[in-house]
Design a protein around this ligand. Structure first.
Ligand code: DP6
Length: 349
């Protein structure tokens, strides 16, 4: 196999399997959101973002080089992928091949433990796993910064899933190659802050508008976008301070206002993009009720109707029960901070 010869002494992420490379990555949820690109081709964000990588819903991706094949093959949850999902993977492999100076086609097999395209960050875990697996399969030796830069080219939120715990993704400076170089993620070490994130799945179906199309429309048409992007800077500074203090109330308040502000920019787009459903609003009412009753709980929502609620681990069961009562028919599960993307070693199942 073309990957046998690469062996690294620095840890499991660089270890390469005999038959291609398999990587596992987890989704992350942004507490300070990324929304909008300043370079569509290079996938460079307008704003910095900060997230928590979760310990649930991993993506497992295997990349095997297939020198005899005329085209890449892409399996997504066991079914052959076509259309845009396949094209995004092929474009990503083209980039990896260009960096590695290689031409072989590949067979990609990716499995999500999360409903794909439902606003639960499957593209973050997906492209983080693909970046780690493809880099190893094509013999690229990349450090975590370079892996996050590479993952960003697949999906900007994926840059953050390279790291476990909390991670910051820089929007970077300049244009073209300078922007590409300076936009990457890095860990934000807050060892003593370990909140729970209760996820209310109000609808696990795929979204009507992709986040990619929705953020483009928001940047191009929403009169609120620039104001939100400017306020993101203050939110980020305050968020970093709150994380370092381990102040759940401040972290939650900033995350909630940042997410609601992002959704406001979409609602003001022309035509409007509305991901929030009646069940989303019912869950948000449940969060308000929890706070009124003295339980710290704070909501954040991404490009879909599902709600993620930040709380103290000791309150997670009460929060989950309240959210379920607020939106009967939804399902809930509690996540904690999870690990960064890594290669799976041969002796793991
Ligand atoms: C709302 O990273 O999925 O989840 O870069 O176009 O692939 P592309 O978009 P994606 O957008 C995620 C947006 C968000 C906020 C966030 O994760 O920061």
């Amino acid at each position: 196999m073309p990957t046998d010869h690469v062996r690294e002494p620095t840890g499991p992420r660089e270890r390469v399997l005999d038959h291609g490379a398999t990587a596992v990555a987890h989704p992350n949820i942004a507490l300070i959101k990324y929304w909008g690109k300043r370079d569509e081709r290079l996938v460079v964000p307008y704003v910095d973002s900060l997230s928590m990588t979760l310990d649930v819903f991993p993506t497992t991706t295997t990349v095997r080089l297939d020198p005899g094949a005329a085209a890449d093959s892409v399996l997504l949850d066991g079914a052959s992928a076509g259309g845009e999902p396949r094209q995004r993977v092929v474009d990503f492999l083209d980039l990896v091949r260009e960096l590695a100076g290689r031409t072989e086609r590949a067979a990609v097999d990716t499995r999500n433990a999360v409903p794909t395209g439902a606003g639960l960050a499957s593209s973050a875990s997906g492209f983080a796993a693909l970046a780690v697996a493809a880099a190893a399969a094509y013999g690229l030796r990349l450090d975590d910064t370079a892996l996050s830069r590479l993952a960003r080219r697949g999906s900007a939120s994926a840059a953050r899933s390279i790291f476990g715990g909390f991670a910051l993704c820089h929007a970077g400076q300049g244009v073209g190659a300078a922007a590409d170089r300076s936009s990457y993620a890095e860990p934000v070490p807050v060892p003593d802050f370990d909140p729970a994130l209760v996820i209310a799945l109000v609808n696990a179906g795929p979204k009507a508008v992709s986040s990619r199309a929705a953020m483009r429309r928001t940047v191009e048409t929403s009169p609120l976008y620039q104001a939100w992007a400017a306020s993101n800077k203050d939110d980020l500074a305050e968020m970093r301070a709150a994380l370092h203090r381990g102040d759940l109330d401040a972290v939650g308040e900033i995350a909630e206002r940042n997410a609601l502000g992002m959704h406001a920019t979409m609602l003001a787009a022309r035509p409007a993009v509305r991901y929030l459903s009646p069940a989303t609003v019912a869950v948000l009412d449940g969060v308000l009720q929890l706070r009124r009753d003295g339980t710290p709980a704070y909501a954040t929502m991404d490009a879909g109707p599902n709600v993620k609620v930040l709380c103290h681990p000791a309150d997670a069961d009460r929060v989950a029960a309240t959210l379920l009562a607020a939106a009967p028919g939804s399902s809930v599960l509690t996540a904690r901070r999870g690990p960064g993307a890594r290669l799976r070693t041969g002796d793991e199942p």
